[in-house]
Design a protein around this ligand. Structure first.
Ligand code: SF4
Length: 83
């Protein structure tokens, strides 16, 4: 019965998104900044990682994550709109 399941078993049935992902990271450079979502691909430009030329997606993650601010997102999108 469902009520007898342990907490890890219950958690496996839920879809959860990690909060600290590349999409919310200041070092993520999405291919399409205007339409970027969790499936968006892009580069990681963190100073210690860019030499690896990583292709990451919005739902990837690493322990160098630094949360991006809304103002920074606005700036990136304004620049993209100007082409
Ligand atoms: S790989 Fe790490 S540092 Fe690079 S964008 Fe993703 S979370 Fe940020």
């Amino acid at each position: 019965m469902a009520s007898q399941e342990t907490e890890p078993q219950k958690s496996l049935k839920r879809i959860t998104w990690q909060y600290e992902n590349c999409l919310s990271c200041v070092w993520f450079q999405p291919n399409d900044p205007l339409n970027a979502d969790l499936f968006e691909r892009g580069k990681c430009i963190h100073k210690d990682l860019k030499r690896f030329e990583l292709l990451v997606s919005g739902r990837d993650w690493c322990n160098l994550h630094t949360e991006i601010r809304q103002r920074q997102i606005d700036n990136i999108q304004e620049k993209a709109m100007k082409g």
